[in-house]
Design a protein. Structure first.
Length: 106
């Protein structure tokens, strides 16, 4: 089933990577920016739209809600999300491996 969901968009790939441990929206934005050296910056609209979609697909779940701090939610990747992420990681490794094989071919 996970194969049908790939390829992932870059934003979704990095969001799933950022919620391998509990993380809130702003934390996800910061982590993605840090991981990519600032190349990928997620806007709030993009992030929260993606979070809603990922929750509907059951790839992420709410980990906790901090009612003291404007109901800040932390998200965590689900087992299904891990399966989809791993399928995509393997697909990307294959792309890189094949590019390396063809590097010296004229």
């Amino acid at each position: 089933m996970a194969e049908k969901e790939c390829p992932l968009t870059e934003a979704v790939y990095y969001i799933l990577l950022a919620v391998r441990k509990p993380n809130h929206g702003y934390g996800i934005i910061q982590e993605v920016e840090q991981l990519t050296g600032g190349r990928v910056t997620l806007g709030a609209g993009t992030l929260y739209g993606a979070i809603q979609t990922l929750q509907k697909k059951q790839w992420i779940d709410v980990y906790s809600v901090d009612t003291e701090s404007r109901k800040k939610k932390e998200y965590i990747i689900t087992d299904l999300g891990k399966e989809v992420f791993e399928t995509e990681r393997i697909r990307l490794e294959e792309l890189l491996r094949n590019a390396e094989l063809m590097r010296d071919v004229q």
